[in-house]
Design a protein around this ligand. Structure first.
Ligand SMILES: O=C(O)[C@@H](CO)OP(=O)(O)O
Ligand SMILES: [Mn+2]
Ligand SMILES: [Mn+2]
Length: 559
């Protein structure tokens, strides 16, 4: 115990035993919605998840996974993996990046911070480059924040501004890139009227350029580096609007995967390479898909690809993306201080943990789960296993992904009896849902269900407990709908495919032979959300949760 009286030691739960093996499964992108043909979870054969639902209301219920329940600015904000896993692991609701940036821009505090002062030093003689995802999706970034930042920076001395855009089509409708570029072009034209030399300098689709995560494919980051820093790309255009319109006219074009392009002047020279003396801001607030580019921009020693040039710049992230690595070292807004997560408590109380997913979601059950912190709390108590994801494909061609491999690892970890908590993320519903391919998403949901079964069977064999939940919706609704819930059609009478997450609640189910008789979901937490899961799991490990955690979902009635 420290001098403040703080202790990592958790009190024993008055009724629940310790040392049970808990299989903790997060189905990524698995929400609950009305059954219809665009609900891939409903269409798919999912006997395991269906059978868990029969345990309602005592052993199955729904949780809020979007909006304020996960620390997002409004109830119109869909859930996402970062905020979802943060809430699941931390057991409290933190104002998240989106909200913190809103507040800092609203109050103007963003301009008084260390990060802005640092980049401002370059405004007199250098160019300010803004790199990030151009949409109003609100998962990684938001256009209105970029607009405010452009205004604020230009009013505070930025004379030459270059924006390097990444088109979305994942958190927003495919094809919406054109509209976002138009809006940005208008804003930049207005700045030019005021004598500021401002324009878009390069671009590319988010899944093909820059925004890789968890080191799945450094080529993605390199393609961005070449366009943004070196001013080189296979496609050259006079304007960004012309670029996106032309590239989208290609057969099978998709905003998520637009090839990299640079904007060139009349002499064919790129208008905005990043050079010595410039300032750079990566304006995404969300961490996972910014960590790799942040390393390329910041690290003196870097061997992931040949940077050709490593310009001496002043670089700041919108937020600091990794609290443990302190990356990047300069940032405009302080990230939420997520501390004392359930993982850290459990390690201090002798609970051994195993966590596993495939590369594309590996950081979700480790880094996000632990409050955007990389690495182990205590390597003696934890083991994290990453199964390499397929790279260079869209997951509708491999909808089963590595679900079975993840389940096998979890099964083996459970049967080894070395761990008290075996935690996995099953990516299928989400990663395939984002492709907008309905048939493939149905296959994906079945694969996830098969994986759940394998893990539950192992829990059965060791007399353990399972907790099955999800981080946000995706696969349960694949069509854009009117307010009354009718599928919306586009100009050609085709349904508008929804590639994004949703506002839907997610299920949570508990059970297994190790679940003490009399444990059931309370009925007095009707608005429970993802942040209530941590206390619940801590109870199932035989401990009382810390008093400032969101309340547990369970009670133990005498039977
Ligand atoms: O792929 C991603 O980056 C997001 C969507 O933008 O999905 P998730 O939050 O499920 O990781
Ligand atoms: Mn997710
Ligand atoms: Mn997703």
């Amino acid at each position: 115990m420290g001098s403040s009286g703080f202790s990592w030691k958790l009190p024993d739960h008055p009724k629940l035993p310790k040392d049970k093996t808990i299989g903790l499964i997060v189905l990524d992108g698995w929400g609950e919605a009305n059954p219809d043909r665009y609900n891939c979870i409903h269409v798919a054969d999912t006997p395991t998840m269906d059978s868990l639902k029969k345990g309602a209301p005592e052993h199955w219920r729904l949780l809020k996974a979007h909006g304020k329940a996960v620390g997002l600015p409004t109830e119109d904000d869909m859930g996402n993996s970062e905020v979802g896993h943060n809430a699941l692991g931390a057991g409290r609701i933190y104002a998240q990046g989106a909200k913190l940036v809103d507040l800092a821009l609203e109050s103007g505090k963003i301009y008084d911070g260390e990060g802005f002062k640092y980049i401002k030093e370059s405004f007199e003689t250098g160019t300010l480059h803004l790199i990030g995802l151009l949409s109003d999706g609100g998962v990684h970034s938001r256009l209105d924040q970029v607009q405010l930042l452009l205004k604020g920076a230009s009013e505070r001395g930025a004379k030459r501004i270059r924006v390097h855009i990444l088109t979305d089509g994942r958190d927003v409708l495919d094809g919406s890139s054109v509209g976002f570029v138009e809006t940005l072009e208008n804003d930049l034209a207005k700045l030019r009227e005021k004598g500021i030399d401002a324009q878009i300098a390069s671009g590319g689709g988010r899944m093909y350029v820059t925004m890789d995560r968890y080191e799945n494919d450094w080529e993605v980051v390199k393609r961005g580096w070449d366009a943004q820093v070196l001013g080189e790309a296979p496609h050259k255009f006079k304007s960004a609007l012309e670029a996106v319109k032309t590239l989208r006219a290609e057969p099978k074009a998709n905003d998520q995967y637009l090839p990299p392009f640079v904007i060139v002047d009349d002499s064919g020279k790129s208008v905005g390479p990043i050079v010595d003396g410039d300032a750079v801001v990566t304006f995404n607030f969300r961490a996972d898909r910014m960590v790799m580019i942040a390393k390329a921009l910041e690290n003196e020693n870097f061997d992931k690809f040949d940077r050709v040039r490593f310009p001496k710049i002043r670089y700041a992230g919108m937020l600091q993306y990794d609290g443990e690595l302190k990356l990047p070292s300069h940032y405009l807004v302080s990230p939420p201080e997520i501390e004392r997560t359930s993982g850290e408590y459990l390690v201090h109380n002798g609970v051994r943990t195993f966590a596993c997913s495939e590369t594309v979601k590996f950081g979700h059950v480790t880094f996000f789960w632990n409050g955007n912190r990389s690495g182990y709390f205590n390597p003696e108590m934890e083991e994290y296993v990453e199964i390499p994801s397929d790279s260079g494909i869209t997951f509708n061609v491999q909808p089963k992904m590595k679900a079975i491999e993840i389940a096998e690892k979890a099964r083996d970890a459970i049967l080894s009896r070395k761990f008290h908590q075996v935690r996995v993320n099953l990516p299928n519903g989400d990663m395939v849902g984002h492709t907008g391919d309905i048939e493939a998403t149905v296959v994906a949901c079945k694969a996830a269900d098969d994986a759940v079964k394998m893990i539950l069977d192992a829990i059965e064999r060791v007399g353990g407990i399972y907790v099955v939940t999800a981080d946000h919706g995706n696969a349960e609704d694949m069509v854009k709908r009117s307010k009354s819930g009718e599928p919306l059609l586009d100009k050609n009478g085709k349904i508008q495919i929804l590639t994004s997450h949703t506002l839907q609640p997610v299920p949570i189910a508990i059970g297994g032979p190790g679940l003490a008789p009399g444990v059931r979901f309370r009925n007095d937490v009707p608005t429970g959300g993802l942040a209530n899961v941590a206390a619940t799991v801590i109870n199932l490990h035989g401990y009382e949760a810390p008093s400032d955690y969101e309340t547990t979902l369970i009670e133990v009635v005498d039977s």
